[in-house]
Design a binder for this molecule. Structure first.
Ligand code: FAD
Ligand code: FES
Length: 293
């Protein structure tokens, strides 16, 4: 198994400074919202990268919250969508506080202020393991966002991919349509959709299958889920990459607010050394306060 993951040279770098992007859509998706902005000036993001977002209006006014921009994984990216110049960026949002609440109320024609794409993206299966023949994606709740754009990239590269998505209950379910494929394994804790129980139950079943040993597992979701994924993969010697969403104040390495411990000692800052991290590098994926339930 290779220890290679995306290096600084491999990742898409953000242009300096914040830039405006026109909101072109804001639609409900189950209990979440999909907010889309047209980024005329930025590069195409890679799957697993994120943006720091704020609204041009109604943000930090009178020093009220929200003040700092908030971090969001890119859930979809399409250059030249509907003939427009630039990249249409889709973000899947859960309204949990003042920042996400303001973004969830954006109307078409308003402007987002964005910095990005930031962070280390997902690696290809072959970059993680030269023998890898496929990919297994496992997402939980709002953490399914970066897996949608990863699935698009893997499909374009012809990589066989299994997708497993889990949700807590109906109010915390959405974004499934971002996965433009029919074969998605679903689980919910309340049983309203798919298997009643955790999505990691489905992963355990898939990992018992014949081909699982040659797949790389990619995951994003609440810390308890990521830790379960890390444990299941470690027990079977299967490589995994985890996208971790600890709270971020700056998003570009300055504040050290996103540091997590490594198994070999020391720390990484998730905004510059992550958010995508190889599972075997981590001491634990149970980072206090990180990831929605
Ligand atoms: C790399 C990255 C990618 C992310 N991608 C998405 C995404 O695609 N969609 C999405 O809806 N959210 C995403 N988040 C989380 C999002 O940034 C937070 O939900 C947001 O900052 C909350 O801001 P707020 O002002 O609405 O709420 P706050 O008032 O800041 O917080 C409200 C509640 O959420 C908790 N919270 C705040 N920030 C986080 C966080 N980062 N992780 C977990 N809990 C938090 C707080 O403890 C509090 O209970 C991502 C975070 C990171 C770091
Ligand atoms: S968010 Fe500031 S260093 Fe990572």
């Amino acid at each position: 198994m290779s220890d290679r993951s995306k290096s600084d040279g491999d990742r898409t770098q953000a242009p300096l400074g914040r830039r405006p992007a026109e909101v072109v859509a804001n639609q409900a998706s189950g209990g979440y919202r999909i907010v889309s902005g047209l980024d005329r000036l930025g590069p195409d993001p890679q799957a697993g990268q994120f943006y720091m977002l704020a609204s041009e209006r109604g943000w930090g006014e009178g020093a009220a919250r929200p003040y700092l921009p908030r971090a969001f994984s890119v859930a979809g990216a399409e250059r030249g969508a509907a003939g427009a110049e630039g990249v249409r960026l889709d973000f899947l949002l859960e309204d949990v506080g003042p920042g996400t609440g303001r973004l969830a109320r954006l109307e078409p024609g308003e402007r987002l202020l964005l910095t990005g794409p930031l962070g280390r993206p997902f690696s290809t299966p072959r970059e993680v393991d030269p023998e890898a023949a496929g990919a297994i994606l496992i997402g939980g709740g709002i953490g399914i966002a970066p897996l949608a754009v990863l699935r698009d990239a893997l499909a374009a590269a012809g990589v066989p991919t299994r997708t497993l998505l889990g949700f807590r209950d109906e109010a915390h379910t959405g974004g499934i349509e971002l996965f433009r494929c029919s074969e998605v394994g679903l689980a919910s804790e309340d049983g309203h959709v798919g298997h009643r129980g955790y999505v990691t139950d489905l992963l355990a079943q898939v990992l018992e299958g014949d081909q699982a040993g040659t797949a790389v597992v990619y995951s994003c979701g609440p810390p308890a889920m990521l830790e379960a994924v890390r444990g299941l993969c470690a027990a079977r010697g299967i490589a995994c990459e985890l996208a971790m969403e600890s709270p971020m104040a700056c998003g570009f390495g300055a504040c050290f607010g996103c540091a997590v411990p490594l198994a070999a000692g020391g720390y990484i800052r998730l905004c510059v050394d992550g958010p995508v991290v190889r599972g075997d590098r981590l001491e634990t994926a149970l980072v206090a306060g990180a990831g929605h339930r």
